[in-house]
Design a protein around this ligand. Structure first.
Ligand SMILES: [Ca+2]
Ligand SMILES: [Ca+2]
Ligand SMILES: [Ca+2]
Ligand SMILES: [Ca+2]
Length: 420
C-alpha cells in the first residue's frame, strides 16, 4: 500500500538524520505497478520516496517515469531495480522526463543486458539506459543529479545519461559541440557509484554521459566511484556553446572501458583497436567546445586496461585548460595514458604530480595561447610528448617544468618550448 504523509510528520519520524520536506511516499512492494509500487509513488505527486527495507527487489516491465518538475529524492535501502523486462528494451529503466533534479541513494539499477555468459562477453546486448534525465529546452538554473551508493549495470545504451541537447541521442558523436540546448547548467555528483558492464549494446554508449548545450556548464564531482567494463567511455562529458567543464574526481577507478567498436553484432575476440574504424573509446573523455574552459582536478585515480586513451580531454574555441592531475596510475591503456588537446585561443595549462604511466603522456596546444606543463614526482614509461608549434621561430610556444620525473623514452617536443 502507498502511504502518504505530510512532510512535517515525516520530519518528526526521521529527525534528526534526514530533514525531509514536501509530499512523501513509501514503497511497500516490488510490483511493476499498483498500490504500494514505486511507479505509483512516482505518479502520486510525491517528491520524497522511501523504499521500505522489506522490499528486496523491484521488477519493472516498462520505464519508471517521473514527469514532475520539482526535485525528486529516491531513498532506496539496498534494493535492486530489475529492468531486464522493460519493453521495448531500448527504453530506460528510470526516466526523469522534464529535467527535474534527481537524488538517488542506495539502489542498484540493472537494465538486464549484462555479461550473462561471463566477464567481458558482449553476447547479451539488450537493455536501454539505466537512469536518464531529459532536459527541456526552457529549463533554467542547474539540473542536478546526485547519486550516493548507486550501482548501474547491464545497460545496452548509456548507463546514466543527462541530455541537455536538441540532438538527443545523436548529440556529441565525435565532439565539436553540435546541437542546441537549454540555458541551464548540469551538475552531477557521484559518491560511491559503480557503473559496470554497461554501454555494450551499441556504438558510443558510455557509462556516465552528460550532453550539455546552450548556455551553462557541466560540473562533475565523483569520489569513491568506479566505471568498469563500459562499451564506450567510462565517463564522457560533452559541453558545447557557452560554458565550462568543471571536474573534481578523486579516489576512483576506470577499468576496461571502450571495447565496443563495431556496428552491428559484436564478435568476441574480433580485432578491435584504435587503428580501425569504428572507434574504440576511453576511460574518461571530456569534450569542451565553444566559449569556455576545462578546469579542476583529478587525483588518486586508477586508469587501467582501457581501449583508447586513459584521460582524453579536448578543448576548442575560446578558453583553455587549467587542470591539476595528481596520483594517477595509468597502465595498460591502448593509447596515451593522459592526453590534453587544446585548439584555438587559450592556453593548455596542466600541473601533474605522482603520475605512474606505462604509456605516453601528450599535451597539445594550437593557435593563440601557450602550452604550460609542469610535472613532478612521476614515472612516464614511454614518451613525454609536447606539441605547440605556431611556425614562428621568434616566439615562445610554451613552458615545460620537470622535477623528479623519469621519462623512459623520448621527450618529444614540437615548437619553441622553454624548459624551466
Ligand atoms: Ca545548457
Ligand atoms: Ca554550454
Ligand atoms: Ca572552449
Ligand atoms: Ca590555444
Amino acid at each position: 500500500m502507498l502511504e502518504r504523509l505530510p512532510g512535517a510528520v515525516l520530519a518528526l519520524v526521521l529527525a534528526p538524520s534526514i530533514a525531509v520536506a514536501g509530499p512523501f511516499a513509501r514503497v511497500t512492494n516490488g510490483d511493476n505497478d499498483g498500490a504500494g509500487s514505486l511507479r505509483a509513488a512516482l505518479e502520486s505527486g510525491a517528491t520524497k520516496i522511501l523504499i521500505a527495507r522489506s522490499v528486496d527487489e523491484i521488477v519493472v516491465t516498462e520505464t519508471l517515469e517521473y514527469t514532475g518538475t520539482a526535485p525528486l529524492t529516491l531513498f532506496g535501502t539496498g534494493q535492486l531495480i530489475d529492468g531486464s523486462g522493460v519493453e521495448p528494451n531500448s527504453e530506460p529503466v528510470i526516466a526523469v522526463t522534464e529535467g527535474a533534479n534527481l537524488s538517488i541513494t542506495n539502489l542498484t539499477v540493472d537494465a538486464g543486458g549484462g555479461n550473462e555468459f561471463g566477464p567481458y562477453n558482449r553476447l547479451n546486448q539488450g537493455g536501454g539506459k539505466g537512469i536518464f534525465i531529459a532536459v527541456p529546452e526552457d529549463r533554467t538554473g542547474t539540473v542536478r543529479l546526485n547519486m550516493w551508493n548507486v550501482t548501474v549495470m547491464g545497460t545496452g545504451n548509456h548507463g546514466v545519461h543527462v541530455s541537455d541537447c536538441s540532438l538527443a541521442d545523436d548529440c556529441g558523436g565525435g565532439g565539436g559541440g553540435g546541437g542546441d540546448g537549454s540555458p541551464a547548467s548540469v551538475a552531477v555528483r557521484a559518491i560511491g557509484v559503480l557503473i559496470e558492464d554497461s554501454g555494450n549494446g551499441k556504438q558510443d554508449a558510455d557509462g556516465l554521459r552528460v550532453d550539455e548545450r546552450g548556455d551553462g556548464n557541466i560540473s562533475f564531482f565523483a569520489i569513491n566511484s568506479a566505471f568498469n567494463d563500459v562499451g564506450a567511455d567510462g565517463v564522457e562529458l560533452d559541453e558545447g556553446n557557452n560554458g565550462d567543464v568543471i571536474i573534481n574526481v578523486s579516489n576512483s577507478t576506470f577499468d576496461f572501458n571502450g571495447e565496443y567498436c563495431v556496428v552491428g553484432p559484436f564478435i568476441p575476440g574480433d580485432p578491435c583497436d584504435d587503428d580501425g574504424d569504428p572507434d574504440v573509446d576511453d576511460a574518461f573523455d571530456v569534450d569542451e567546445a565553444g566559449p569556455g574552459s576545462v578546469r579542476g582536478s583529478v587525483r588518486n585515480l586508477t586508469v587501467i586496461n582501457n581501449f583508447d586513451e586513459g584521460l582524453d580531454f579536448d578543448e576548442e574555441d575560446e578558453g583553455g585548460f587549467n587542470v591539476r592531475i595528481t596520483n594517477v596510475f595509468a597502465q595498460n591503456n591502448a593509447d596515451e595514458g593522459i592526453k590534453l588537446s587544446e585548439e584555438d585561443d587559450g592556453n593548455n595549462r596542466a600541473r601533474l604530480r605522482g603520475i605512474i604511466a606505462d604509456g605516453d603522456l601528450e599535451f597539445e596546444e594550437e593557435d593563440g595561447g601557450l602550452l604550460d606543463i609542469a610535472i613532478s614526482g612521476s614515472f612516464v614509461g614511454d614518451d613525454m610528448k609536447l606539441a605547440a608549434d605556431d611556425g614562428d621561430p621568434t616566439t615562445i610556444d610554451g613552458f615545460y617544468k620537470e622535477r623528479n620525473t623519469i621519462v623512459i623514452d623520448e621527450r618529444d617536443f614540437e615548437g619553441d618550448i622553454v624548459e624551466l
